[in-house]
Design a protein around this ligand. Structure first.
Ligand code: SF4
Length: 106
């Protein structure tokens, strides 16, 4: 069997283009995307952190892929695709409501 060991899947492909990814494979902006573990974050600090992360997401070439993956995975952590956990929950509810309305009308 011929196995291409350099082949990468679609997920790895978009993750490699992520604006938040650094060249060593980690996240160069990790502190923008999650609450600090060791201290309680103030509302002002959280707003500044989320604003910085969302700003980076707006320039990200794979924002749509990231958001779709976060919704599919029910990711309940950090900002992904430019949306907070709460914003993704609201979007999921809206999508589900719309799907239910379409099903009812069909
Ligand atoms: S949309 Fe934001 S969280 Fe997602 S890969 Fe791009 S920069 Fe990272």
């Amino acid at each position: 069997m011929n196995v291409n060991k350099t082949a990468i899947g679609p997920r790895e492909r978009w993750q490699n283009a992520a604006a938040c990814r650094d060249t060593s494979g980690g996240s160069a902006y990790a502190e923008w995307f999650s609450e600090p573990d060791d201290v309680r974050e103030s509302d002002a600090a959280r707003e500044m952190r989320e604003r910085a992360a969302k700003s980076l997401c707006r320039s990200c070439p794979v924002r749509r892929d990231c958001l779709v993956a976060a919704l599919e995975e029910h990711d309940e952590h950090t900002i992904r695709g430019g949306l907070t956990v709460e914003e993704r929950r609201a979007l999921r509810r809206k999508v589900n409501r719309t799907a239910a309305e379409v099903a009812k009308a069909a």
